[in-house]
Design a protein around this ligand. Structure first.
Ligand SMILES: Nc1ncnc2c1ncn2[C@@H]1O[C@H](COP(=O)(O)OP(=O)(O)OP(=O)(O)O)[C@@H](O)[C@H]1O
Ligand SMILES: [Mg+2]
Length: 252
């Protein structure tokens, strides 16, 4: 196949109909304005990274997309439709799935039971089996540990389980909150290879990371969040060579 034009995802200018669109999203915790008006778009098939320091509002942004927090303003749309009236469960049914920060797996349930919980909206046995096969193909380590209790997995394996559980809902949009957090570099590489593989299978990804280097290397575009606002956005490769980003986030 010859590619006559650059892919849409490689362009910093975002056109076309987004799968996810946030417009001027505001969230407050009591008197604290955690999000002061976030606008971003994720096109179908893209991996988009959101980077930023501790407390910048990354997790809050993902929670607002899942409907886990009330908005103080703005809108979240999936494929052009406002999610304002939709519960978190409805959003999952519509194809949004979150692998939360800190993994939040059930430690006394087995790997298989944790995965099955992620499929609670897909009770169909055959579909569940197929998705389980996809997840174990992606993460063979999970396949080898189906009967092991979640809490006895290594940190990296727990992260694989959290992503696997999110995939069990068969999302079209996968939200990942710091998949590299507290994980040995070798497993981080494995997890990010799996993330790229998930994207190739057709799942759109919004990736929150503090590991700026690997996030920018894995994504097509990125947003930099600073104290509840988008400070910078653009093509991931251009951002990686931006002196401001290098000084602030890449230790260069
Ligand atoms: N439940 C809460 N109650 C009050 N303030 C909160 C709550 N959750 C988050 N915040 C505040 O909102 C701001 C944004 O937090 P958030 O968790 O979104 O940041 P983050 O970018 O995900 O940070 P980190 O990289 O440390 O995970 C922070 O100042 C935080 O203290
Ligand atoms: Mg966070």
């Amino acid at each position: 196949m010859r590619v006559a034009h650059p892919t849409r995802a490689s362009l910093a200018i975002v056109d076309g109909a987004p799968l996810l669109e946030l417009t001027d999203v505001k969230v407050s915790y009591g008197g604290i304005k955690a999000l002061k008006g976030i606008s971003l778009r994720v096109l179908p098939g893209e991996i988009v990274a959101m980077i930023g320091a501790n407390g910048a509002g990354k997790t809050t942004t993902l929670k607002s997309i899942m409907g886990l927090l009330p908005l103080a303003g703005g809108a979240v749309k999936l494929a052009g439709r406002s999610l304002a009236e939709d519960s978190t469960e409805k959003r999952v049914a519509e194809g949004i799935s979150l692998a939360p920060e800190g993994r939040a797996i059930f430690p006394t349930l087995t790997v298989l039971e944790n995965l099955e919980l992620g499929a609670y909206l897909h009770r169909d046995a055959r579909a569940m089996k197929e998705t389980l096969e996809d997840v174990t193909r992606l993460f063979p380590r999970l396949g080898e540990r189906m009967k092991q209790e979640g809490g006895t997995l290594s940190g990296g394996e727990q992260q694989m389980l959290a992503i696997g559980r999110a995939l069990m809902a068969r999302p079209r949009l996968l939200l990942l909150d710091e998949p590299s957090l507290g994980i040995a570099p070798k497993l981080v590489q494995q997890i990010f290879r799996a993330i790229a593989e998930i994207a190739r299978s057709g799942v759109t990804i919004l990736l929150v990371e503090q590991n700026t280097r690997i996030a920018l290397a894995t994504s097509q575009r990125a947003y930099v969040l600073r104290t509840g606002e988008i400070a910078l956005e653009g093509d991931a490769k251009e951002l990686a060579s931006n002196p401001e980003i290098q000084a602030a986030y890449l230790g260069g």
